[in-house]
Design a protein around this ligand. Structure first.
Ligand SMILES: Cc1cc2nc3c(=O)[nH]c(=O)nc-3n(C[C@H](O)[C@H](O)[C@H](O)COP(=O)(O)OP(=O)(O)OC[C@H]3O[C@@H](n4cnc5c(N)ncnc54)[C@H](O)[C@@H]3O)c2cc1C
Ligand code: FES
Ligand code: FES
Length: 475
């Protein structure tokens, strides 16, 4: 029999035995009548179903806006779930007042989602500026307002925050927000109540039956939500050992269940990979990145997985374990064919690790999709390169959307390694890439279009190494 899931819903403790794979959106609307959390696309695309998920972190509670249509109830264990009803008080919050004052609501269907996303921005964004606030609502769609009024409401809210930025400790941030009446005061009581709810991590699911590892669930619950209600689920994000970013002795190890937003916000990674934040902003929306993990991106083996393409160019390695034996293999060896991976039954991906780029290394990522934001790639590609005395001494290239697997362009890189970057060397590399790829025509473009795209992306990488090539290649 499945163990009950205990958590706090708004300000009440809940203990439920609904299937752990039921999505939180349904649980809220059907089992609790909390219908301000709206049902739109059920695929993580519209933001109407946004809720806050709070968990104990560094002595405080870290709240993040997440899409409840992709959030399984089993993963609420020991956490605080806040809906817009839980944010409401006797008077409108400044977020809500700004939306009213700027006419940023018309039919109102999307409005609870915007309110929750902006509350999440206040509670967890590393910066309190307008750019970060707009990114926080990038996953919220509105059919009525045309967004200009939303932009004004966001600007109005940010103007009340001042320029000092959020305090670094979660507890201090919460106190400040409560003192300024930006979030409800009851949130201050939650950390103690969550500590009292804490349970030892459960062991993995028993052998047999259909078992699924759930990391962020953003892929699983978008693809097969009904089927997952019947499975025994094991929630990797509940295991602290699988989360976190460790940087030591020139290497970085990222726990498999680390959400992408943690990677995006890591100051240690920003110091070595200054462009990484821009790259990650091209992946889904901030609310999806709060849940989506690095291991889900790799194990789902999508030929266009953005993180996978970034990590291939970082020449990353994986640590896998079946509970008895650990093994390490290059990410480039992990993909065996379309959606076929080099993973034994029962093997869990523990972490991803890579050497940190040295000063002077050029790391560059390009993604082309039909929409600039909130869209998956038609073709994506990354490059990591080092030059010594005008000669390319290190080069890793990757490309997505041009083969059945996320491709490590080994032969293309080989044509340039140990050579000065001349126009003729660049042309040889492009010819080699044409041989190495095998794109197909699909909804994201014809095979010929993808070939041409990849060629342009490779040129964009090489121009980062030497902008003079533009003239020499007569572009
Ligand atoms: C709205 C939306 C937008 C998206 N946009 C993008 C985008 O722009 N770019 C992009 O690349 N992707 C995108 N995705 C796809 C998806 O969100 C990402 O691939 C994400 O990284 C998947 O991670 P997850 O943790 O949610 O995976 P999950 O759904 O939890 O898991 C995916 C698979 O991996 C397995 N798995 C997970 N972790 C492990 C582990 N440690 N060991 C063994 N098996 C494991 C699971 O069992 C499952 O089979 C989008 C998805 C949505 C819903
Ligand atoms: S219902 Fe659209 S994002 Fe959840
Ligand atoms: S106000 Fe109608 S969808 Fe946004």
């Amino acid at each position: 029999m499945e163990k009950k899931t205990r958590f706090i819903l708004n300000y009440d403790e809940v203990s439920t035995d609904v299937p752990s794979g039921m999505v939180t959106l349904d649980f809220l609307r059907r089992n609790h009548g909390l219908t301000a959390t709206r049902e739109g696309c059920r695929e993580g695309d519209c933001g109407a179903c946004m809720v806050l998920l709070g968990e104990l972190r560094n002595g405080g509670v870290l709240y993040r806006a997440v899409n409840s249509c992709l959030l399984p109830v089993g993963d609420l264990r020991g956490r605080h779930l806040v809906t817009v009803e839980g944010l409401n008080g006797p008077a409108l919050l400044p977020i809500q007042q700004a939306i009213v004052d700027e006419g940023a609501t018309q039919c109102g269907f999307c409005t609870p989602g915007f309110v929750v996303s902006l509350a999440g921005f206040l509670l967890s964004s590393p910066r309190w500026d307008q750019d970060a606030a707009m990114d926080a609502v990038a996953g919220n769609l509105c059919r009525c307002t045309g967004y200009l009024s939303v932009r004004r409401a966001v600007a109005r809210l940010c103007a009340t925050l001042g320029t000092a930025g959020p305090p670094s400790s979660q507890a201090e941030r919460l106190s400040l927000l409560v003192d300024r009446r930006l979030v409800p005061p009851n949130l201050k009581m939650i950390s103690r109540r969550l500590a009292a709810l804490a349970e030892p991590p459960s062991p993995g699911p028993a052998e047999g039956g259909t078992v699924a590892w759930v990391a962020g669930g953003t892929d699983l619950f978008a693809q097969r939500p009904e089927e997952l209600q019947e499975c025994a689920l094991h929630f990797l994000s509940q295991d602290d050992e699988l989360r976190g970013i460790r940087v030591e002795q020139g290497r970085c190890a990222i726990g498999a269940a680390t959400p992408l937003s943690d990677i995006e916000d890591s100051t240690e990674l920003q110091a070595c990979l200054p462009d990484l934040q821009r790259c990650l902003r091209l992946v889904a929306s901030r609310s999806i990145r709060h849940r989506a993990t690095i291991s889900g991106n790799i194990v789902n083996a999508s030929p266009i997985g953005d993180l996978t393409i970034l990590l291939l160019a970082l020449d990353a390695k994986l640590t896998l374990s079946d509970g008895r034996h650990k093994r390490t293999l290059h990410l480039s060896e992990f993909f065996a064919g379309y959606k076929k991976i080099n993973k034994r039954p029962g093997e869990l991906l523990l972490d991803v690790h890579f050497a940190l780029p040295r000063p002077g290394t050029v790391f560059h990522f390009e993604k082309v999709s039909r929409r600039a934001h909130l869209d998956i790639a038609s073709v994506n590609s990354a490059m990591l390169a080092e030059c010594e005395a005008g000669v390319i001494s290190v080069l890793h290239l990757s490309a997505g959307g041009v083969a059945p697997i996320p491709l490590y362009l080994a032969r293309t890189a080989q044509t340039l390694l140990g050579k000065p970057l001349t126009a003729s060397a660049a042309r040889s590399a492009l010819a080699s890439a044409r041989e190495e790829i095998a794109p197909i025509s699909d909804v994201r473009g014809s095979a010929d279009y993808k070939r041409r795209l990849l060629e342009r992306l490779l040129i964009a990488h090489l121009l980062r190494l030497d902008p003079r090539l533009e003239e020499e290649l007569a572009l």
